[in-house]
Design a protein around this ligand. Structure first.
Ligand code: ZN
Ligand code: ZN
Length: 359
């Protein structure tokens, strides 16, 4: 009796505390970044960046074309592979991750433009690294947020209802309106197990909206994927924020972190919502990751830096911090790498092999 009273009392006390801390990013006007130091940029700032700076000549002159190396990948290995863990960069934030026999796509976009219409808006500089029809059968699709370069209606409709879509709060309604019903919405720190993989939705510092009327009505996030002996972090768009340390402490260390390194200039406007390459390296260290895979570059022109600048600044940051360059996989579009055993798995294997030998 005394025990159950105590239990009821602690639940009553604990629930509002948990509720408050879990809901700090929910407001009546939509979602927001709840930590101190975050400065929201409004429509006035957007106008200053997109129009005023152009009129007053503050927009930098940049090349019109770039030639990024693309690695030919016809998907043959990927379609046959059910045993090796692999990662393939399709372009922008689209990755094909093969983990423990499941095929996972992140923020899939195969369209020519990251835009609500295909006659205007940011156009691809590089073709998708694997043709859509060459993909293996997709089991899970992870969406980080609703911006056009991450959530592409055409691609989602081509993928159809077979994959299981994991999306941040609010994105499910969009999917439903496109005929997709096989999805689960998650809030920050919510998790779900699908087959034998664990997925955790993690905080990010960004914003959302597809029109002038739906700003911040859908949540933004990053994702953790945990397999048998591999843990991967997929970073959606984010400014550098204290959450990376929290994610590293709560869910790290990671075998691999895919982090955005592009769309960071001008800093006065972009730094709140997009990291520059040096900040992405800080995030990688906070997350306690081993391999770094840069994404969100070389595909769409979304900001003021030259499109080939991000990997140059990334290399500078690696050198400055005296980090092991072998751990930074600056993939070409289309390039696939096999994720070899994690340190822990290798240790277990050696241990088991030794024990086997002693029998
Ligand atoms: Zn975005
Ligand atoms: Zn983006």
């Amino acid at each position: 009796m005394r025990f159950s009273l105590l239990l009821i009392w602690s639940l009553l006390v604990m629930l509002p505390i948990r509720h408050l801390s879990a809901q700090a990013h929910h407001t009546p006007e939509g979602f927001h970044n709840p930590w101190p130091g975050f400065e929201d940029r409004g429509l006035g700032d957007l106008f200053k960046w997109m129009i005023w700076d152009r009129i007053t000549g503050k927009k930098p002159d940049r090349p019109d074309t770039y030639h990024f190396k693309v690695e030919a990948n016809d998907g043959r290995f990927l379609r046959k592979n059910h045993t090796q863990n692999t990662i393939t960069w399709i372009g922008h934030s689209t990755l094909l991750i093969q983990l423990d026999g499941l095929n996972i796509l992140t923020d899939p976009i195969w369209s020519e433009r990251a835009s609500p219409v295909q006659f205007m808006g940011p156009k691809r500089f590089t073709p998708p690294g694997v043709a859509f029809n060459d993909l293996p059968s997709i089991d899970v699709v992870l969406i980080s947020h609703d911006h056009y370069d991450h959530l592409d209606k055409n691609t989602i409709q081509r993928l159809g209802n077979k994959p299981f879509y994991l999306v941040p709060l609010g994105v499910g309604d969009l999917l439903k309106s496109w005929g997709i019903t096989h999805f689960q919405e998650l809030d920050w720190w919510d998790e779900i197990t699908f087959n034998h993989l664990r997925f955790v939705c993690t905080p990010a510092q960004h914003f959302s909206g597809r029109t002038p009327f739906d700003r911040n009505l859908r949540l933004w996030a990053g994702w953790v994927i945990q397999g048998k002996d591999k843990k991967i972090y997929f970073g959606g768009d984010s400014g550098y924020f204290p959450g990376f340390q929290t994610i590293g402490t709560r869910l790290g260390p990671f075998d691999l972190a895919a982090l955005p390194i592009g769309a960071y200039k001008p800093r006065w406007f972009m730094s709140a919502v997009h990291m520059d390459p040096a900040e992405a390296v800080r995030a990688y260290l906070d997350l306690k990751a081993k391999i770094f895979v840069p994404i969100h570059w070389a595909t769409f022109d979304l900001a003021d830096e030259p499109l080939d600048e991000p990997p140059k600044l990334l290399k500078k940051a690696i050198h400055k911090q005296q980090l092991n360059a072998d751990n930074f996989w600056i993939l070409k579009v289309g390039e696939m790498r096999i994720l070899h055993d994690s340190i822990q798995a290798r240790a277990n294997k050696n241990f088991n092999a030794k024990n086997e030998g002693q029998k």
